[in-house]
Design a protein around this ligand. Structure first.
Ligand SMILES: [Fe+2]
Ligand SMILES: [Fe+2]
Length: 299
């Protein structure tokens, strides 16, 4: 999540392979979210604004380079649960994302709405449909069987650690209280990184994105690199929305970012009141799961 996305910006994020005409079944972004407000609108009318700001205060203070290293090590062991992708989709219904001002439907609806909207516009990219289905599964980190992590360690926008916090990051002022902000090893433009080092080697704040990336990768998914890139960086708004940190990207990242920008339009704007018939679409998504994942995964 990030702050204030003007409605006029909707669509400007699509870089290529855009449907030719908006008339032919193309995905039309709804004007309002399920609360009747414009998307990602955190202004005074939004009753959630204060809790979102408090969420980012905690996020920006507690997400440090050392914290992320520790979490990656702990969760990288994948010894919490064994289950299939679809079982996780159903499990995710028990989760509520406090940081999201646009979403008041069960999470499986958000997954399927995103996936179905992309499927309509990109019918041949089956990997992208599945990527949409799984992109938020890491939110199970909020559940007791996954350690019941606090919201600030699971959801919200993500950003790099180990280098200076870019001004474009939402509620930037709260980084003042982050210990990394005063550490000369971490508070310069490049910090521990070098020009064009590639996002793969960059430590990103811990949350559902990085966790699901680890799960998918360690369980041997055959999703293409662009799919894994989307899963891992879909909340990295300062990069894909503001263009910050581009100097850390390598050529492969630049290519993958095009797909992420396409995906992001659907992730944001498919949150609406049009409910998907889960049982009707399940066989299609199960066939994709069978194609790209083992039947049981370690989480
Ligand atoms: Fe997400
Ligand atoms: Fe999402």
């Amino acid at each position: 999540m990030t702050i204030v996305l003007a409605q006029s910006e909707c669509g400007s994020e699509v870089v290529d392979q855009k449907p030719k005409s908006p008339s032919e079944n193309a995905f039309l972004a709804p004007e309002i979210n399920s609360f009747g407000h414009s998307f990602r609108n955190y202004d005074a009318e939004s009753e959630r604004q204060k809790s979102v700001e408090e969420f980012y205060r905690l996020n920006h203070i507690n997400q440090t380079y050392d914290f992320v290293k520790k979490m990656r090590e702990e969760y990288g062991k994948l010894e919490k649960v064994e289950m299939s992708i679809w079982e996780c989709c159903e499990l995710l219904n028990e989760v509520v994302d406090d940081s999201d001002p646009d979403l008041d439907e069960p999470q499986i609806q958000h997954l399927l709405q995103t996936a179905e909207a992309i499927r309509k516009d990109y019918p041949n990219e089956d990997w992208l449909h599945l990527t949409a289905l799984i992109h938020d599964l890491g939110k199970v980190l909020l559940l007791p069987s996954f350690g019941a992590l606090p919201q600030w360690a699971v959801v919200g926008d993500t950003h790099p650690l180990g280098c200076a916090f870019d001004k474009s990051i939402v509620h930037h002022k709260y980084f003042k209280e982050n210990v990394d902000n005063n550490n000369p090893a971490y508070n310069t433009k490049y910090g521990v990184y070098s020009h064009g080092c590639g996002l793969d080697s960059v430590v990103i704040s811990w949350g559902h994105d990085d966790y699901m990336y680890l799960v998918a990768k360690e369980n041997g998914t055959t999703l293409p690199p662009a799919g894994l890139f989307i899963v891992r960086y879909h909340s990295f708004y300062s990069l894909h929305k503001e263009g910050a940190y581009e100097y850390l990207m390598n050529e492969e990242d630049v290519e993958n970012l095009k797909w992420l920008k396409i995906f992001n339009k659907y992730d944001l704007y498919s949150k609406s009141k049009v409910l998907i018939d889960v049982e009707k679409v399940k066989p299609y998504y199960q066939s994709l799961i069978d194609k790209y994942f083992p039947s049981k995964l370690k989480w």
